[in-house]
Design a protein. Sequence first.
Length: 202
Amino acid sequence: MKILQKICFVLLLGTFSSVYGGSCFEDRDVDDCRVKAEQGIPKAQYNLGKMYYKGLGVPQDYKEAVKWTRLAAKQGHAKAQYNLGVMFERGQGVLQDYKEAVKWYRLAAEQGIPKAQYTLGNKYRKGKGVPQDYKEAVKWYRLASEQGDDEAQSILGYIYDKGIGVSQDYKEAVKWYRLAAEQGDSSAQYNLGLNFYKGEGV
């Protein structure tokens, strides 16, 4: 009976370690990451992609980073989707392609990644990879802001301050400036100071 229990424990441990695939990045254990990534574990694929992107435990290689990040992204790993968007936007390991970048940013943003939401807002505001659309930009900035992204809060404050794609609203501007300023965002601190100086929204 004890032998059977030991066999079950070993099998359970093996299953847990193969499904987890998470500690290989922190340990910089490239071999462990690679084994788990080749087994199709998205978190391990994402971690291996990060290792190649940053040159941690392996020579920096953007093409390998794209390969592993894409595999994780296609399985729905939200952070991998965001990172793949960054690589397409910067042309790292792939040809620069803003439309492809937006595709991956959107998938990550729809899964609630604040930095992806903020970045997607930027793309709509600037018309990069998508037609310029201030209302859509505000939508994504707001989602990121509500999750505490200080850059999104700062720019959302600016949008309300200047009335870009929304009705000008100094109180709403001050609200978002204040939240970003409290997190140390220097642009928000400056703009909040201006609003106090002018007596707008305060």
